[in-house]
Write a new protein. Structure first.
Length: 180
């Protein structure tokens, strides 16, 4: 094995799904690109990391709700545009051609262009690490969508799209939660 520079070690774990996270405050929608997400259990409990550097942070703290939109490979340019603009100066939905759809449980909108959307409520905010623990309260999927490859950020400006699938459900059946 070859030694890896320690400051690059995060790139080995970073490739979670790239998400478009929406918030809404006083009827004003915003969206931010987040690749720092984590599944916390076999339940709809998730975590995401964002801090005061993001315009949506204050809205997330104040409202305690958001929608996690699962972005696909065909949205890479939009993902980058959203992630490099600030909601304090830009209506990102309008500027980047995103369609806000009403959610059923939270005020933040779903994103029509995303493959899936998860409505979430904040159940914990670990301030010293800028981590929000979220409970999913409703989930949506667009099975008619042609592009279904989920995009992953490596953390160095390189992205990976899902590729070959290895199905091993029968072998794993006693480890899978009911309904999965």
């Amino acid at each position: 094995m070859k030694e890896l520079e320690l400051q690059k070690a995060f790139m080995l774990i970073e490739p979670g799904p790239v998400t478009l996270v929406t918030t809404c405050l006083n009827g004003i929608n915003n969206v931010m690109t987040i690749s720092w997400t984590m599944v916390m259990d076999f339940t709809p409990r998730f975590a995401l990391l964002t801090g005061p550097w993001n315009y949506s942070y204050k809205t997330l703290v104040k409202t305690g709700e958001c929608v996690i939109g699962i972005a696909t490979a065909d949205l890479i340019e939009t993902i980058l545009d959203v992630g490099t603009a600030t909601g304090s100066e830009t209506d990102k939905f309008s500027a980047f051609g995103l369609t806000a759809l009403p959610a059923s449980q939270v005020s933040a909108p779903l994103i029509k262009e995303c493959y899936a959307n998860i409505e979430c409520c904040v159940v914990d905010h670990i301030k010293n690490h800028n981590i929000f623990v979220l409970d999913g309260v409703k989930a949506w999927i667009d099975e008619e969508r042609k592009e279904k490859r989920i995009l992953h950020a490596r953390g160095d400006g390189v992205f990976i799209a899902d590729g070959e699938t290895f199905e091993r459900r029968e072998r794993m059946k006693d480890k899978l939660p009911l309904g999965v």
